[in-house]
Write a protein that binds this ligand. Structure first.
Ligand code: SF4
Length: 225
């Protein structure tokens, strides 16, 4: 899953741009997820679920034609991004905000940009050109594994090369297995991912489940002594 974020000052058209990017990527055939970063409470107060929360529920969920889960705490961004990628496996995650994170980003304000900015736009942006840039220069979540398999010593060096348009790829994105310990994703190199995936799959198969019917396995371990 590649990530693109939209950053910029308040009221500079970030949400409009996010919507255009989502629509454009969808029209190019991609599965797309969206994530908004805000320092506010999300407003469910008038709804039944908001009332449950007022009554003290620490987690509130709604299940119908759509599903949502509302927690009364801010998750670590990398944990949430891992969950999104694991639950839906989208091709792209479009984020509004997170201007200090090392995501490829597009800025709607010339004064708000960093070394991961691939473009700065005003209201006259050409969406197809932006989509081309996003396809070419965005990349997945970097966990500072610094394994060097992409040809760079550090993940940040890789990201900067990618932002500049070099034809490079991270070789250690989570593919076969993900590990999250105490809400923090743990970088695993591809070899370790394969070992974990094949070991757990072998154990599940020994429970007499047919491997052909298994698409993925989620294993949660808690209450460790
Ligand atoms: S291959 Fe990926 S994880 Fe390894 S250094 Fe390059 S960017 Fe970082």
């Amino acid at each position: 899953m590649k990530i693109i974020s939209v950053i910029g000052k308040k009221d500079t058209g970030k949400t409009t741009l996010v919507r255009k990017i989502i629509e454009g990527l969808r029209s190019r055939g991609y599965k797309v997820a969206g994530l908004k970063h805000a320092h506010v409470y999300f407003d469910f107060r008038d709804k039944d679920t908001g009332k449950y929360r007022e009554s003290g529920a620490e987690i509130v969920a709604g299940l119908g034609k759509e599903t949502f889960i509302l927690l009364d705490k801010e998750l670590k961004p990398e944990y949430l991004i891992y969950l999104i990628s694991f639950i839906q496996n989208p091709d792209f995650l479009v984020i509004e905000g997170f201007k200090t994170w090392k995501f490829a980003n597009i800025s709607t304000s010339p004064e708000v940009k960093n070394k991961f900015t691939i473009a700065t736009v005003d209201e006259n942006f050409e969406i197809e050109e932006l989509l081309d840039l996003i396809e070419e220069r965005s990349y997945g979540l970097l966990l500072n594994l610094n394994c060097g398999k992409c040809g760079f010593d550090t993940c940040e060096e890789f990201a900067i090369a990618k932002i500049k348009g070099e034809d490079v790829e991270c070789k250690s994105q989570p593919k076969d297995a993900m590990l999250i310990v105490d809400d923090v994703p743990v970088p695993l190199n591809p070899f370790v991912q394969k070992i974990i995936a094949s070991t757990i799959t072998g154990m599940i198969k020994s429970l007499k489940m047919e491997k052909s019917k298994i698409n993925n396995i989620k294993l949660f371990i808690k209450n460790l002594e």
